[in-house]
Design a protein around this ligand. Structure first.
Ligand SMILES: Nc1ncnc2c1ncn2[C@@H]1O[C@H](COP(=O)(O)OP(=O)(O)O)[C@@H](O)[C@H]1O
Ligand SMILES: [Mg+2]
Length: 349
């Protein structure tokens, strides 16, 4: 019997439907689902679950710690808790831009303030240039612009600003968060893509004003739909996410990726429509059954380094190869031509 565990918060419709569906569809293969139950985690406690779906560890630190431990014991966690901890939107934008995805110009800003329990004085901050040249930053992203957190969600602290005065008034309210300043995309269309695994992408028309999913299967032209699916696949492969929503704002037929750090996306029936709820429950159930039977934990890690061409060369596993390549390349030098390395990397002769 392979067990799938669900870790979730106050959601009311997705969790029970998901568990029932996994139990139905997984029965022939001996896969069953239940809510994860925790009450103190011992070191090296064996993995009880083949797969865990995590929808809440961003709000409960103990869960995040438990999930890292579960990975170490061999559990396939969706999404990878190590990477989720490390990730942020500014990094996401920068990686995606390098991978050829349309991204609004974005600036990472020094924080307005710091948590009250952190002892920061002006001496602590001598690496920061002061004052910030707000005019130059606004010239770069253009006016109007969007000010929003580099991590976070739920439209909290998202401001549209038209000039420096509005920018500073909004910025003054953002302590202790780290913020980004971003080019405003005056979009004529907007889609949110559900993603199940890295390649199975469902783009859905979305109305950001009403914050509503809309059912309109012909919303995207063939070319635009193809590009959006491809871009969403690239993003998930680069960042390792298997349960995500990826948002695109469309302007002049170009899909700008706006928000793709949604590793616990909204999956509640009332908000995603009955139609997409059914779809999401079915796809998520099939995803976890597949991962329980065939999942390789390595698949949960991001691959941006590899995709940008510098990961494998600098990664641990490639280190000995790099060393031997260097030896060959400089073989005209007799001392290095014969050099060998022991397993710790030390030169042994
Ligand atoms: N660069 C932008 N141009 C136009 N609208 C934006 C931009 N960034 C964000 N928005 C609007 O603000 C909303 C919330 O921003 P988003 O980046 O999705 O943050 P959150 O993680 O809080 O959802 C988006 O759904 C979109 O409607
Ligand atoms: Mg969003």
């Amino acid at each position: 019997m392979k067990k799938v565990g669900l870790l979730c918060g106050r959601e009311y419709s997705f969790p029970p439907a998901f568990i029932v569906r996994v139990n139905q569809l997984g029965k022939p293969d001996g896969v069953a689902a239940e809510f994860v139950k925790l009450g103190g985690t011992r070191m090296n406690e064996p993995a009880e679950y083949s797969v865990i779906v995590d929808r809440i560890s961003h709000e409960v630190e103990y869960y995040r710690g438990y999930l890292k431990h579960a990975v170490l014991q061999g559990t396939y966690v969706i999404n990878n808790p190590f990477w989720w901890t490390a990730d942020d939107k500014f990094f996401n934008y920068s990686v995606a831009a390098k991978l050829g995805i349309a991204i609004p110009k974005t600036v990472l800003l020094p924080q307005k303030g710091y948590p009250s329990d952190v002892d920061i004085t002006s001496e602590s901050l001598h690496n920061l240039n002061y004052p910030v040249d707000w005019d130059a930053l606004l010239d770069y992203v253009g006016r109007p612009a969007i000010l929003k957190p580099f991590s976070g969600g739920g439209w909290k602290h998202v401001y549209k600003v038209s000039n420096k005065e509005e920018l500073l008034a909004a910025y003054d309210k953002t302590s202790p968060y780290c913020m980004t300043l971003q080019e405003f995309i005056d979009f004529t269309g907007y889609v949110r893509c559900f993603t199940f695994g890295k390649n199975d992408i469902t783009p859905v028309r979305y109305d950001p004003k009403e914050r509503r999913y809309l059912i309109e299967h012909e919303y995207l032209s063939k070319d635009l739909g193809t590009r959006i699916v491809k871009d969403a696949q690239t993003i998930n492969q680069a960042l390792g996410y298997e349960m995500n929503t990826i948002e695109f704002a469309i302007k002049d037929e170009i899909p700008y990726a706006i928000d793709f750090l949604n590793p616990a996306p909204d999956m509640e029936r009332d908000r995603i429509t009955e139609f997409y709820f059914e779809h999401v429950v079915e796809k998520m159930a099939k995803l976890v059954i597949d991962r329980a039977l065939h999942g390789n934990v390595a698949n949960t890690w991001p691959r941006w380094e590899e995709m940008l061409g510098f990961g494998a060369a600098s990664g641990f596993t490639a280190a000995p190869k790099t060393a031997s390549r260097q030896v060959t390349a400089s073989s005209s030098n007799p001392s290095s031509a014969t050099a060998q390395f022991d397993r710790s990397g030390a030169k042994i002769r």
